[in-house]
Every structure is written in structure tokens, then in C-alpha cells.
Design a protein around this ligand. Sequence first.
Ligand SMILES: Cc1cc2nc3c(=O)[nH]c(=O)nc-3n(C[C@H](O)[C@H](O)[C@H](O)COP(=O)(O)OP(=O)(O)OC[C@H]3O[C@@H](n4cnc5c(N)ncnc54)[C@H](O)[C@@H]3O)c2cc1C
Length: 374
Amino acid sequence: QYLNQVALKDYNAVISLDTAEHTIRAQSGATFHQIIPYIKARDYFIENYPNYFGITLGACVSTAVHGSTCRLPFIACLIKEFRCYNRSTNEVELWSRGGTFNFFDWVFDKEWARMRVVLDVTLKIKPTTVRYSITSRNISVRDIDDPNALFAALSEPTGGEPAPATGNPMHDDGEEVKEAPAAPASPKAGIVDSVELRKNYSNSNRATLNVYRRAEEGRKIKADYIGNMWNLMEPLRIVWTARIVAYASWNFEWFFTPEGFKEFWHEVFIENSHGFYFFKNLVRKNPMVPGFESNPYFNTISMDISAMKTPGNRRRIIDLYNKYKPMYHVGKDYEFFVTPTMATKVSFNLPYPKTPTQEQKYNPETKYATEDQL
Ligand SMILES: Cc1cc2nc3c(=O)[nH]c(=O)nc-3n(C[C@H](O)[C@H](O)[C@H](O)COP(=O)(O)OP(=O)(O)OC[C@H]3O[C@@H](n4cnc5c(N)ncnc54)[C@H](O)[C@@H]3O)c2cc1C
């Protein structure tokens, strides 16, 4: 199984920064440790980046890497195009948005990725920084009957608080106010970009609910504490301490339909009759993003779970997997609960062939690479 592996650690150069299109193009082995300082030094910001900066751009195409905002659930939402080497046809392909074989449908498909090596990726970036105010609340998991409804309510600009009165304001005497109300400082201030629910300990019924709202001034969104720890330790070369914890536990992430998630939530956290010893338990809503309608990872609720490596946990996880058959994050642990037959679960079943024909590939209409580009 190791014969077909390609090491891209040193294939990590920034190829170009397009200040007109607001994009950065870099080789697929580049990590966010390299990309973020590079664009920051040039007054750019990336709207969605993973907590752990050691993830490569290539993995953001092949796996469901998520990041700092739930409005764009995956880093892949920021990809404009990428080039990859197709192992079966021995050709380099350019995949871009639009066209019959656009990458929207195929990112995260395990079989698609197995046949390809991503070479370079063009990401959209933003010229300004976005600031957030973060509201954290400690709540009881038993009070959350339907996580979908909770996320929906919190995603309103008012974040579940009573909405301000709408319609034209009136004076006390009933006369309509003519003067325009003062413009808000920022048109996007108050927009809820991300909601996350984190239940860190298996023996506690409490969870932290974080709501990230755009703010004029406020704390800029940062990596979470696990990401922070790794990001800090990596330059100090003491990341092995965290690896010891990582080796002692499994970390996997499952993606459910909203209905499926409700059932899973009740079984694991409300009833908990099997005594699950899971920690981390980070729940995210992954909303639909225009263009990704055929991709099954969108419009899901995901749960990022860590569990100590014990035979009991292994059995419970496999039983849960077999019961719910969720999709999973291919970049995290999954082999232990997925047999080769089940692995096809993350191979999508779309109505057209996965590899464009030569004719389609070179057709300018479908935006594939020209002979010259190849
Ligand atoms: C501390 C820590 C924090 C983390 N935080 C997050 C987080 O915030 N969000 C998140 O989503 N994940 C997170 N992860 C998990 C992370 O997504 C995975 O560990 C991911 O696999 C790391 O990617 P990598 O670049 O090291 O790729 P690898 O682990 O080397 O590869 C992952 C998968 O992508 C494929 N792949 C990688 N590069 C290419 C390429 N160029 N072409 C084709 N296929 C390729 C590989 O074949 C493999 O299947 C975290 C992990 C750690 C250890």
C-alpha cells in the first residue's frame, strides 16, 4: 500500500498572488503555516482556515477539512481551481468551477482522490480582515432536544434573541418617521458566521455553545485550543508531546443528515445507555453552499469525536457506525471502523463518469486544460 504514496512535504512553494482576482496559487504540499503569514504580510486574509495550520492544500481537496467559519463549511469552498495528476490516464488535469465535470461534485470523494495527486491549488483570499465577537454559553446537553433547531435559531442575526421590530418606525403620535435611521457602522456587523457546540468530557452533561458574530471591533477568530496547542508547539519542535495523546486516542469525524444526527445525538448524549467515553465532541452544521448541491457533505451536521483507544470503545464505535452509516472525514481515523466494502460509502454515485473524456477535457466550454497548459 505504500508503493503509490507521494511525499509532497517539500512541494510547497507559493506560485503566485493575484491581486486583481484576489487569489493565491500554491503547490499542494504548502500548509497554512506557510500560506497565512504569506498573505498576512501582504494585507490579505483567508476567510476560512483550519484550526491546525499544519494541514496541506492538497488535503483540502481530498478531504472534508473544515475551518474557522461555518458559513463556508469546508476550505474547499474557497478553491477556485486546482491541477492534479491522474494516475490512471497519466495526465495532468485542470479542475475548475463550472463546466460539466466541475470539482464541486467530486471534492472529498475517496475513489476520485485515490486516482489523483493534487499538484497545485488556487484559493480565494480577501483583502481585509474580518473581526468577530464571540458569545459563549454553558448549557446542559439534556436541554437540547433538537440540535438542528438550536443551530437554526442561533444562525439568525440576532442569535436567538427577539428580533428587532421591522417596518417603518413611527413617532409616538403615530406619524411615520421620515428621516433615515443612522446607517450601521458595518453592513455585515451582527451576521452570525458560525455556531459550534462542544462537549469536552464524557462524564459531564454540560456543553459550550459558541456563537461567532461579525463585529466592527472584537476578537479576531482564532484557532481552537487544540489547534492553538499544535500551532504553538510545532515551531518549537515539541509537537511529539501532543502526538503521544494523539496516538493514545482515535479522532474521527462523522457527517449525518440533520434527521440522522438528531437520532444519534439522543442515543449517545441523552440516553447514553451504552456508556460512551467520547471527548471533544465538536458539533458543526455544514450548510449548503451554492454550486455544491450534488456533494453529499453539504447540508449535514458533523461531529468531531475523540475516543481513547480501548477495545470497548472500538466495539461501540463500530456498532454506532454500522447503525448510522455516516459519511466520514477521510483525513482522520476511519480505517478501524470501515471495512473495504464500507469504504465505498464516501465514493459518490453521480450520474456521469468521473473522468472526463479527452474531448471534454480539452473543450474550452468545460474549462479543462488546453494542450498548452498541460
Ligand atoms: C492537531 C490537529 C488539528 C486538526 N484540526 C483540524 C481542523 O481544524 N479541521 C479539519 O478538517 N481537520 C483537522 N485535523 C485533521 C486533518 O484534517 C487531517 O489530519 C488531515 O489529514 C491532515 O492533512 P495533511 O495535509 O497532513 O494530509 P495527509 O494526512 O497526508 O492526507 C490526508 C488525506 O488527503 C489525501 N491527500 C493529501 N494531499 C493530497 C494531494 N496533494 N493529492 C491528493 N490527495 C491528497 C491523502 O491521500 C489522505 O487521504 C486536525 C488534525 C490535527 C492533528
